[in-house]
Write a protein that binds this ligand. Structure first.
Ligand code: ADP
Ligand code: MG
Length: 313
């Protein structure tokens, strides 16, 4: 095994007399999908809460990317590349899918007048003029919404650059009007968002407000936001709970692609083994605040302590 991206060492967490975590140790391998199972009340969510900084453990250590991370605040861990999603997604409901991703981006240069969106879909990129058209429409939408349109237009540095380039290149204005009007930082962020939306299969919904999405799609947007912020390890608490089987498989296929194409590591709490089992590399089983088995999923599923925990619990 290569160096783990995350190590949990002898972590304890009690609520009053209840030992929710009773000495939990585990290693999460980099670039793998690990799943955590266990009967209700066995401590899974508490463990996720400790790892993501929501709870401080009573004792024990959390080590992330080789550095001690015990007791760091969630935002500190988030900045280091450790992100979690919640059982109930938390999005900016009125913002579009793309905007939800852009606000999560680090540089976040999104204050510019020209919301450069020409790169929102990488399959369109460099291939067709279709994206120019859609980007143009997006810009037009913004223009129409703004007052003192002309003033703003000519205050834009990018507008001047655009005109310079236009004349220098002797290009046809109607083809290039929209494409040259961008702000560099935002272009980068938008490109990244486009790539992530693609990987998540959300490109089609880029301009839809988040509240119009299905539950499963909301979970994917939440993952997308974490990826925009540079997440390396994603903790997912029941990503397919309440999601229909087709979409549930879709979500896990996307998780697989993120692992393979971006090298993202996943640590997932999930009950629905009928769905999840075929996608996971490593399994941990908990009962009564302890890890009772770990290893390849088929092995863990056959473990007698695991079977007893489920039958007894
Ligand atoms: P799981 O996610 O495996 O179902 P949890 O980690 O949510 O289990 O809970 C483990 C145990 O800790 C349960 O008995 C639960 O009631 C208790 N518990 C969890 N969070 C709290 C809390 N904030 N206050 C008191 N008890 C809690
Ligand atoms: Mg739980």
């Amino acid at each position: 095994m290569t160096a783990p991206i995350l190590s949990v060492e002898k972590v304890r967490k009690s609520f009053g007399n209840l030992h929710a975590l009773d000495g939990v140790s585990l290693d999460i391998e980099k670039g793998k999908i690990s799943i955590l199972i266990g009967p209700n009340g066995s401590g899974k969510t508490t463990l996720i809460n400790v790892i993501s900084g929501l709870y401080r453990p009573d004792s024990g250590k959390v080590i992330f990317q080789g550095k001690e991370a015990t007791g760091l605040a969630p935002y500190e861990l988030y900045n280091q590349g450790l992100a979690r999603t919640f059982q109930i997604p938390a999005l900016f409901w009125k913002l579009t899918v793309l905007e939800n991703l852009l606000v999560a981006g680090r540089k976040n240069p999104g204050e510019g007048f020209f919301k450069s969106r020409q790169d929102f879909l990488s399959p369109w990129l460099d291939t067709t003029a279709g994206w120019q058209l859609i980007h143009g429409l997006a810009v037009m939408k913004k223009l129409i919404r703004k007052r003192s349109l002309v003033n703003r237009l000519f205050r834009q540095r990018s507008m001047i650059r655009f005109l310079e380039q236009l004349y220098a290149a002797g290009v046809k204005p109607w083809r290039n009007f929209f494409t040259l009007a961008w702000i560099e930082g935002e272009k980068e962020a938008t490109q990244k968002a486009g790539r992530i939306l693609n990987l998540l299969g959300l490109s089609r919904f880029w301009n839809q407000p988040a509240y119009l999405l299905s539950g499963g799609q909301m979970k994917l947007v939440e993952i997308g936001r974490a990826l925009m912020a540079g997440a390396k390890l994603l903790l997912l608490d029941e990503p397919v709970s309440g999601v229909n089987p087709t979409l549930a498989h879709e979500i896990f296929s996307r998780i697989l692609r993120l692992r393979d194409e971006l090298g993202i590591t996943f640590f997932i709490v999930e009950h629905r083994l009928d769905i999840a089992l075929r996608y996971v590399d490593q399994m941990f089983a908990m009962a009564f605040g302890q890890v009772i088995a770990s290893g390849p999923p088929d092995q863990v599923m056959k473990n007698t302590r695991v079977m007893e925990a489920y039958l007894g619990g």
